[in-house]
Design a protein. Structure first.
Length: 422
């Protein structure tokens, strides 16, 4: 089965004349259409906002694009808050969903006007200690431990470090109210890469029921519910994408049935990362080796340091050999990078057409948690990122890391480095 690319071999050959592989290419039109689909699915909720999870794709060019489409940002570190700010996303359009948070992080987040999503009851005191008061708008992160009878979406929530159980959540809200908070939300993320159209609706149902209980027991009427992220994308060609319209409608139905029927109206927030940009990013790399030992290997100039999901999770990422889209499989290969580390494999036992040195390969679905998870093991430098704009122009949105960038934080022989740079 086939997955398409928004560029072809000739495009990549042209780009590679100016920019060495490996590099990332993102499809602006795809991202735009995806956000429009999300907005349409939740248009029934006037206060709806998607706060894009910055960790999925930390790049001001993408955050500016998302801001222009009405999105906010979900941040979890000071640099992420700064990046949102320099992209024009400010104030309560930032949700600060951190955990194990330092006092400095609370200070910067509150100064930025972000909505603080408190991960734990003990953090109420920490937040107050950090800034001297409790901000007006706050959110608490919920971890139900057990969730209904279903376990299809989630791992074991008792093993999850995130959020707090119901009794602690109630106590946190009570304390926050007493300390002067005026607007309240509840947040929960109970899935990752979930392809079920039922996940958000079922989570919404759980959180809406909790909303009623919070009003009845604490006299607090929530202002928003944050469904967070976790909506999946089909990494494998045979998987079906979610139906975002059906998801929005499912949440709408639960909203009317549980909240509206009880006289509550509130804003729905999401913090999707993967769903918004994941399918619209490609890692482009050149074949630089072929090796025939106990297995057949195809060596490429990208490594797991560019895209680590296959190495750490064994994740499937589809591979297209550009220009050979319609050629039959010629064998079973491992597609590997050059790290001195045997998990540096983009694909294991993958059927591919006959590949030659100099062929270009596109690794699909690398638009979220791709470049951002990268690292510099073996002193491999980080690759450039490009936006393939709607007008067909290729725009650099992050230059490749240079040797000087890499050495900048080290104590090196200055004369040697200077001579080397000459
Ligand atoms: C990672 C994360 C997200 C985004 O998750 P996706 O799976 O990319 O949708 C949203 N919210 C929080 C708090 C996260 O940690």
């Amino acid at each position: 089965m086939q997955k398409n690319t928004p560029f072809n071999l000739n495009d990549v050959k042209r780009w590679a004349e100016d920019y060495p592989t490996p590099f990332y290419v993102y499809d602006e039109a795809g991202i735009r259409a995806c956000v429009e689909g999300v907005k349409k699915a939740f248009a029934w909720n006037p206060g709806f906002r998607e706060h894009f999870a910055v960790k999925a794709f930390p790049n001001p060019s993408i955050l500016r694009l998302l801001k222009s489409l009405g999105c906010g940002a979900d941040c979890a570190s000071i640099p992420e808050i700064v990046m949102a700010g320099c992209s024009g996303i400010e104030g309560n359009h930032i949700v600060f969903s951190s955990n194990e948070t330092s006092l400095d992080e609370y200070r910067v987040a509150v100064e930025a006007g972000a909505i603080i999503n408190i991960d734990d009851l003990t953090q109420v005191e920490q937040l107050e200690k950090a800034v001297g008061y409790i901000p007006e708008a706050v959110c608490c992160r919920y971890n139900p431990g057990e969730w209904g009878t279903t376990n299809e979406f989630i791992g074991n929530l008792y093993d999850s470090k995130f959020g707090m159980p119901e009794d602690q959540l109630f106590e946190a809200l009570r304390q926050l109210k007493e300390k002067g908070a005026k607007r309240f939300g509840v947040h929960a993320m109970l899935a990752s890469c979930c392809l079920s159209n039922d996940y958000y609706p079922m989570l919404a149902e759980e959180l809406f029921a909790l909303t009623i209980k919070i009003r009845d027991e604490l006299g607090i009427t929530l202002d928003f519910i944050d469904l967070a992220g976790g909506v999946g994308i089909p990494y494998r060609p045979k998987e079906k994408p979610v139906d975002i319209a059906a998801i929005g409608e499912g949440v709408h139905e639960a909203y009317d049935r549980i909240l509206k029927a009880n006289g509550i109206e509130l804003d729905i927030y999401t913090e999707m990362g993967r769903y918004i940009t994941g399918p619209y990013g490609y890692l482009v790399t050149e074949v630089i080796g072929k090796k025939h030992i106990y297995k057949e290997y195809i060596g490429v100039d990208a490594t797991a340091s560019c895209l680590m999901r296959p190495a750490i999770y064994g994740s499937y990422h589809h591979i297209t050999v550009l220009g050979k889209e319609n050629e039959p499989a010629a064998g079973i290969f491992d597609v590997v990078g050059s790290l001195c580390e045997n998990n540096d494999k983009f694909a294991v036992d993958r059927e591919l057409p006959a590949v030659e040195l100099g062929d270009y390969i596109a690794i699909h679905d690398a638009g979220a948690h791709g470049h951002s998870m990268g690292y510099t093991y073996n002193a491999k430098l980080r690759p450039a990122e490009f936006m393939l704009c709607e007008n067909g122009e290729l725009k650099m949105i992050r230059r490749a890391q240079t040797m000087n960038d890499y050495f900048a934080t080290l104590d090196c022989d200055a004369e040697f480095m200077e001579a080397r740079n000459r």
